[in-house]
Design a protein around this ligand. Structure first.
Ligand SMILES: Nc1ncnc2c1ncn2[C@@H]1O[C@H](COP(=O)(O)OP(=O)(O)O)[C@@H](O)[C@H]1O
Ligand SMILES: [Mg+2]
Length: 217
């Protein structure tokens, strides 16, 4: 890998031109995204905000054979991760511009469970550090007003995932989780992300979410 290849660039997401706010949550499986998103939805709704929840990638990708193979199987050699990444990036362009943007235009708040940052983190964590196209694609996407990156040590995240009955025996690529955690932290620092540690109580983490949103509502 070239020296240049490992350098992480800033994404070129465009500023949100609409009155509605876009908030994203990224981080490892089990880091607490769904938990804090639900709390934030309740909190904002109780204060009169119109809140819409959404998720990336969409089911079109989640249900694809290539995505399922990378998620569920140790042997994914029949597939090229670059192909999945391009598919996921395409899905995010469609979803951001045709699903998220119209909601923002109406002035509603939209909270996205994962966002384009996850695409970059996964691509880099799988070793594709030379990919320049991902920065170019980012120019077509809206930058979240607030991008949260929830951070927790890999062992705790995996324990939390395993505590869900349906995921008790799920295949988890451990080396990938370590690499992903590092990538998320670097991406956050370069792209004005808000890193929140979820190794304390949910209340503590949620308090930090609200502090970061102070001034946006
Ligand atoms: N500080 C915290 N913030 C968020 N979740 C926490 C925290 N501490 C413990 N948890 C627990 O961790 C688990 C996180 O699961 P979940 O929210 O589904 O994560 P994700 O959506 O990121 O996979 C939940 O069982 C939650 O109760
Ligand atoms: Mg979740």
């Amino acid at each position: 890998m070239s020296e240049r290849g490992v350098i992480l660039e800033q994404l070129r997401l465009k500023a949100n031109p609409y009155s509605g706010k876009l908030i994203s949550f990224c981080g490892l499986d089990g880091c607490g995204k769904t938990t804090l998103i639900k709390r934030l939805e309740v909190y904002l709704s109780e204060r009169g905000q119109d809140v819409v929840l959404t998720k990336q990638p969409t089911n079109a990708v989640r249900k694809s054979e290539i995505f399922r193979t990378f998620m569920d199987c140790e042997n994914n050699s029949a597939f090229d991760y670059l192909s999945l990444s391009l598919l996921a990036a395409s899905d995010r362009v469609q979803h951001t511009n045709k699903v998220i943007a119209p909601v923002l235009e109406t002035g509603k708040t939209i909270i996205s469970d994962r966002y384009f940052y996850s695409c970059l983190a996964n691509l880099r964590a799988r070793g594709y550090k030379d990919a320049k196209w991902i920065y170019e694609v980012s120019e077509y996407l809206i930058k979240p007003d607030v991008a949260f990156f929830l951070d927790i040590d890999v062992e705790t995240a995996v324990k939390r995932v395993r505590s869900r009955i349906e995921e008790r025996d799920r295949y988890i690529d451990m080396p990938l989780q370590y690499a992903l955690r590092d990538e998320y932290l670097e991406i956050a620092s370069l792209n004005n992300g808000i890193v929140i540690s979820t190794d304390q109580s949910e209340d503590d983490a949620f308090e930090k979410v609200l502090e970061a949103l102070n001034g946006h509502f």
